[in-house]
Design a protein around this ligand. Structure first.
Ligand code: GLC
Length: 446
């Protein structure tokens, strides 16, 4: 009885959040207006019509359209695109609402690497459809996507945090690519000051993901881990965040805001950072691989001016850390066409399509073999040069915290945000985060 009540409360809470998300989407008036899909609703000429939700960041939508059209043509089926919001946090709220209602509106969903424990009860076991294709993918991602022996999602692309820098500006000011956060801040300040003095009034030193959402948890993990402060919650379930290195990492990031980073980063995610950087207005940017292909387009103001390196290391004894990200494709348990939906998933996650997406969209493949492919390496050299960054990326504590991960992450992004906004300091925020996480854990086990 108790559990039931808690579940209902949870659903009620999410429904409210989703309402807010949808209302925002409608005001924004972008192509992402939540419940709109592209294709006509008839299924003439095909057997079934599927709806897929496959992202709206960067080239997500465009490429999804092109590739699902190719599958539709090949099979005679139809595919409609559902445009999800671009924040991972908002997409999760939406899916939880859809799944909570048992809705068959979505057949195929793109799910974040941190969600298997949260969505496991709503997704189809793909093993019955995969023909063993999972053996070609990174075993760690397959393990991540396997819950209670069920393969609930196929890996689509993997992600790791990267440092983008303006090659031309570092050369012009005769400064090396920074290896530590302190060097980064110093270099950013110097170039920002010099460029502003020379008339580039909008120049910023560093842009990152600072708004309170999943993206900030990713950036925060990179700072904390790079200072040797752990991963908030360790793989054995221990809450580790209340330590001086984590506090120092928070304080370091807070100093960037209003000096080398515009205050607007506190309201921005991946796309806002990319907008500033791609317009030529930042020296450094923390972002994921997808941003690379967009920088290289003809309409990009920074075409051929960008370098990519591992993220800087923390202070003494620090190391460079990239947060492990990435997206998978899954079939909803409520789909009326699970067989066709699974076929679409297997097509989109196949080596051929992953290769195409790596070349055209710089989406990192989840198939190790493709990191040796000459065409992939030519289009996106960092996939080879920074291979280790991707294979040693640090995971957020989603496996150990399971279905509580989103609450855990919300506590992390709120604590980090409180320091970035000057409402707390590193030590107090680390202590409070430890208390919050302890409450979320309720007892010894997650
Ligand atoms: C990227 C990552 C994903 C992460 C998200 C946060 O999309 O691939 O794992 O949760 O960014 O904004």
């Amino acid at each position: 009885m108790m559990a039931k009540l808690a579940e209902w409360k949870q659903i009620g809470k999410w429904t409210m959040t989703v309402g807010a998300v949808l209302a925002l989407g409608a005001c924004g008036g972008n192509k992402g207006d939540a419940a709109k899909a592209d294709a006509p609703a008839d299924s003439k000429g095909g057997n079934v019509e599927l709806t897929i939700s496959c992202g709206s960041v960067g080239q997500d939508y465009e490429m999804c359209k092109k590739l699902t059209d190719a599958w539709a043509q090949k099979t005679g089926n139809k595919v409609k695109l559902f445009t999800a919001p671009n924040s991972s946090t908002d997409i999760l709220a939406l899916f939880r609402q859809q799944f909570g209602a048992g809705s068959s509106d979505l057949d195929v969903v793109m799910i974040d690497v941190v969600w298997p424990g949260i969505l496991k009860n709503h997704l189809v076991d793909l093993k019955q459809y995969s023909n063993g294709a999972e053996s070609k993918h990174f075993p760690a991602i397959i393990a991540n996507n396997t819950v209670d022996g069920k393969l609930i999602a196929m890996p689509w692309f993997t992600d790791g945090g990267l440092m983008y820098y303006r090659k031309d500006l570092l050369e012009k000011h005769n400064l090396p690519v920074p290896k530590t956060w302190a060097e980064m801040a110093e270099t950013a300040q110097k170039i920002q000051d010099a460029e502003r003095a020379a008339g580039n009034k909008d120049m910023q030193g560093f842009v990152f993901q600072g708004k309170a959402y999943e993206g900030l948890t990713c950036d925060s993990l990179e700072w904390v881990s790079s200072f040797g402060g752990g991963s908030f919650v360790e793989a054995d379930g221990k809450i580790s965040v209340n330590n001086p290195q984590a506090a120092a990492a928070f304080d370091t990031a807070a100093k960037w805001v209003g000096t080398i980073s515009p205050k607007s980063v506190l309201n921005g995610g991946e796309e806002e950072a990319r907008g500033i950087f791609q317009n030529g207005n930042a020296v450094f940017m923390r972002n994921w691989p997808y941003a690379w292909s967009l920088m290289q387009k003809d309409d990009s103001k920074v075409k051929d001016k960008v370098g990519v390196s591992p993220l800087p290391a923390g202070g003494e004894g620090g190391k460079s850390t990239a947060t492990l990200g990435g997206w998978q494709l899954a079939v909803s348990k409520y789909s009326k066409h699970p067989k066709e939906a699974a076929d679409l998933v297997m097509f989109l996650t196949s080596p051929e399509i992953q290769k195409q997406r790596a070349i055209e969209g710089s989406y990192n493949p989840t198939i190790p073999e493709l990191y040796k492919d000459a065409d992939v390496l030519k289009a996106t050299p960092f996939m080879g040069d920074l291979y280790d960054v991707f294979t040693s990326a640090v995971a957020r504590p989603s496996t150990v915290t399971g279905d509580k991960y989103n609450e855990v992450s919300a506590a992390i992004w709120n604590a980090t945000s409180s320091v970035l906004n000057g409402k707390s300091n590193g030590a107090d925020a680390a202590k409070k985060l430890e208390e919050d996480l302890t409450k979320i854990r309720r007892g010894d086990k997650w």
